[in-house]
Design a protein around this ligand. Sequence first.
Ligand code: PLP
Length: 406
Amino acid sequence: MQTMQVKNDFPILDKVLYGKYPLVYLDNAATTQKPRQVVEAMTEEYYNVNANVHRGVHFLSQQATELHEASRETVRRFLNARSTAEIVFTRGTTESINLVASCFGWAFMKEGDEVILSEMEHHSNIVSWQLLQARQGIRLRVIPITDDGLLNMDEYEKLFNERTRIVSVTHVSNVLGTINPVRDIIRIAHEHGVPVLIDGAQSTPHMPIDVQELDCDFFAFSGHKIYGPTGIGVLYGKEDWLDRIPPYMGGGEMIKNVSFEHTTFGELPFKFEAGTPDYIASTGLARALDYIRSIGFEYIEAHERDLTTYAMQRMMEIEGMHIFGPKDITHHDAVISFLVGTIHHLDMGTLLDRLGIAIRTGHHCAEPLMHRLGIEGTCRASFALYNTREDIDALVDAIHRISQMF
Ligand code: PLP
């Protein structure tokens, strides 16, 4: 598979910025670009199928329902879940995590009970538990990281006690690029009889996921980070857990019968899907997953590993370059956070933009991690299947130019 061929599927990558700089898009951890196949499938559905799902007896409604449920099956296959009952459509990783924190917390946690998180979590996997803390008096326990940006697994084991109710950790850090040893995290939690939620926002675009093999109890990811549309994501949950936790929101679609005295809830996964779902986005997500399958994770992993290794080598040529996160590439995914000398991350990001290069700057919704690192923010370049070594050369050349200005 040629990267140039892949690039042709993403029309936005042909853009020229400020009249002369070809776009070099390296902000993929924030959101990925969308291939034609995704955009066209969604447009086609709006033009030719559009009708509300699940409720209608008419032709279009049935067709839209079939497409929506076929998309759920595509997601099931992508994660290798046992059943589509375990695939809940949400608005994204954030909503998936909030759903678990609220509903699992409501059903199974009381004052003094504990959730184990890590020092490298995204705010969505911190604040959602703090809301539960404010409501129900639960406690947050935090796995520290090592100076290399890895989870301290010895400290992790020590955090378990009789009040531990759930572990909720990210698979891949959106700042450090660390690939966490989720199999060990899950095995250790299960030895203590504790379920695990994995935040897969940054892993799903880069590596195959098999929720049965991982044996995680919940798994969350976002469509827009995996070449799909915005506004849709997934919560996978083992059927047994989803059966036992109460619904998140009330409304249409999630009920069997309603009276003022008593309501019975719908079957899984509909119990968690109140209101009209984004059935156009589910089609887009399914086409994005088909697209990834057509390219194959074998290619994606090899290509992105090559890019990350090349980028680390080339970036280290720059005077004053500091790269955060694991140096060992086997623990490092396609995200590189860096600072150069005393150049402020915002200045670097703004000047790179003027040269057509899109990176992210700031705390990356991980302020506690910034505190641990003793910094305010970083510059972050993150790669996707359509990036090339030429993109990295452009980044390195531009950083050289900017460094000389300072
Ligand atoms: N978790 C991680 C690790 C992330 O990187 C992100 C987004 O950057 C999120 C959660 C939140 O994802 P979303 O904004 O799509 O809900």
